[in-house]
Write a protein that binds this ligand. Structure first.
Ligand code: AMP
Ligand code: ZN
Ligand code: FE
Ligand code: FE
Length: 281
């Protein structure tokens, strides 16, 4: 089983990279994609935990924004982690998440909700990319809501009045840097309409032109109709279809490999990287 999109405590997942690799082994996963938000800091621990029969496709999920301000998540896999250009982009992205979080906390406080930036920092694992799920955890700890899910449903969705965006590259710029660093680019859950505004079908053209290798067709936040539409786009452009869990540990319902990628599509995707970077134990 091949699952190319998962999160750990290096961002907003609840399992350490070590624990994730062990769970993936028990779940029968043969290729595991490690895609923490805007960071590669979990890679080394995952590599040290890997053993037969699991292989790792190391990567990151890069937060991008279209010129119309629509949030797009771009998975970069199999890129050279030492590439300074991609690392600079990831580091800029992490930096902008701090003032953004301060603004969200301020808006919540202005409405009388019990939350401080210190609470959010305390709820964030050391070194993790700061995100809304950490804010959600702090709100749970303070008794404002009961769970991450409730925090999102009531306070933190993209259309909420407390939502603040952060500066980010365009999807095309992110794709170009992933390619410069020798990796492959797959757009994550592009039509997950539950999460907020999604891109138009026309916008796939410029991403493919920038080097997009694939589309995450199967993902729990996309309906059967949305997946079908994406399959058509994959066929139209002759690119690759993936499916993945977007596992976050106990923070979300997603279970490992609940959606997965076929071996055939995975082999095509891997062949698009400029070097063989899959980590075999
Ligand atoms: P951010 O990167 O700070 O904008 O936060 C986005 C993250 O919030 C994504 O990784 C999602 O997985 C997570 N998220 C979105 N909706 C929910 C939810 N209902 N429950 C838990 N996590 C969520
Ligand atoms: Zn996440
Ligand atoms: Fe995402
Ligand atoms: Fe994700």
């Amino acid at each position: 089983m091949i699952d190319l999109h998962t999160h750990t405590t290096a961002s907003d997942g609840t399992d350490s990279p070590f624990a994730l690799v062990n769970k993936a082994l028990s779940a029968g996963i043969t290729v595991l994609g490690l895609t923490d938000h805007d960071t590669t800091s979990g890679w080394a621990e995952a590599v040290s935990a890997a053993r037969k029969p699991i292989s790792l496709a190391l990567g990151a999920e890069i937060s991008t924004l279209t010129e119309d301000g629509i949030s797009v998540h771009m998975l970069g896999l199999l890129f050279d982690g030492e590439n300074s250009e991609i690392q600079a982009m990831l580091s800029d992205a992490r930096d902008t998440r701090i003032p953004r979080m301060k603004k969200m906390v301020e808006l919540l406080r202005n409405d009388g909700l019990a939350i401080t930036m210190e609470d959010v920092i305390a709820a964030t694992p050391e070194g993790a990319t700061l995100g809304r799920p950490h804010l959600a955890d702090a709100l749970v700890k303070n008794g404002v809501v009961k769970s991450r899910d409730e925090a999102f449903a009531e306070l933190l969705t993209n259309d909420s009045k407390y939502y603040v965006t952060h500066a980010a590259p365009t999807p095309e710029d992110a794709i170009k840097l992933i390619k410069v660093a020798g990796g492959v680019a797959v757009i994550a859950h592009p039509l997950a309409s539950l999460r907020g505004r999604t891109i138009s079908i026309e916008s796939f053209g410029s991403m493919v032109q920038a080097g997009l290798d694939g589309i995450e067709v199967s993902h729990r936040d996309q309906s059967a109709e949305e997946s079908e539409l994406l399959r058509g786009i994959v066929a139209e452009y002759g690119i690759i279809a993936t499916g993945s869990s977007d596992y976050h540990g106990t923070g979300k319902l997603n279970s490992l490999a609940e959606n997965h990628t076929s071996r055939e599509e995975w082999l095509k995707l891997e062949a698009q990287a400029d070097a063989r970077r899959v980590v075999n134990a």
